[in-house]
Design a protein. Sequence first.
Length: 367
Amino acid sequence: MVDQQETSVATLVDLAHKFDTQGMIGHTQSFVDDLRKGFAFVQQSNDEWYSLLAEQKWNSVLCLGMGGSASSGDFLAALADHEGTVPIRVHRDYDVPSWWTDQSLVLATSHSGTTEETVSATEQILKRGGVVIVIASGGELAGFSELYSTCFLVPTVGGQPPRTAFGHIFSRQYACLQRLGIMNMKSEQELNEIFDRLEDVSQNFDFTLDPEGDIAQLAAAMTSRPISILGPTECGPAVLRFKNQLNENSARFAKIGLIPEMNHNEIVAWGGVGEHSDPTSDTQVLLVLSWVGMHPRVLQRTDWLIAHSPTEFAWRIQGEGQSLFESLLYHCIIMDWLSIALSLLHGKDPNKIQPIGALKEFLKSVQ
């Protein structure tokens, strides 16, 4: 860890030059542009299969993926509960859920196209005659579109870590489901207005532009304290992705929970109004995600929790915009900047994920 007594948050720019060896910051700066390009790519596509699939009656959508490539499926599932026409489930494994039938459209996503769990499940579904939309930059998964008539490829942009490609992936997934009538149709003007606001947000959080801003100050407070992240149920995908970004970018653990569910169990460990609490409860950095459309009772629960939290390091992070769609993307932006800043303060290259690579090499050796 960088010695906090010898450095200030203003050194983040210097630390970025030293530790960000593969352009993680650049990928984060292009997040909103990735969203714009992904929506435009699908909307401008003349592929006939969109019309053919739109005519079918789907009863659900099954998203296959792992890691960063599965994260966008979680966002789709939350948005489908809020605005969609059919339920969306995310499946992270080698096999296929027993309930799956050919009335369930499949989105198979692997940024590299080589994720073995996703390839395995996708191939099983295709052999059973299922309809699959593949989102990949290449690999075996992309090749299925040439082998199976019911497989359709929506190519994404390669050359970067999957966790930085969320904008490329999510925009393509959402735009595909828009065209199929499964997700709420957003006009070009509405999307552009959302993306313009998100671009401003990203620039405000960019610590290379403001090395002493909120992100740098918050990251500095998190370097030596355990981290907890809470949020309402519909922000669950952002809560989970926040944890995952901290795990990969910063090599930090983070505990997560959802409101109101955690009010029926985890709240006891927080203490604050009783005799007992977890020994670490007053040392936690508590980040609470929220948005304007939260259920009034959930908002009241959140306010009470923050007021009675035993830690002095509790922050509410309010997603901007009137829609869940925009608020979730807002949280994506802040979590990316925060996890990278924390990584740099720990003296870690945010690109490096050696344990994942080591496990993959081991799995290759035992096939």
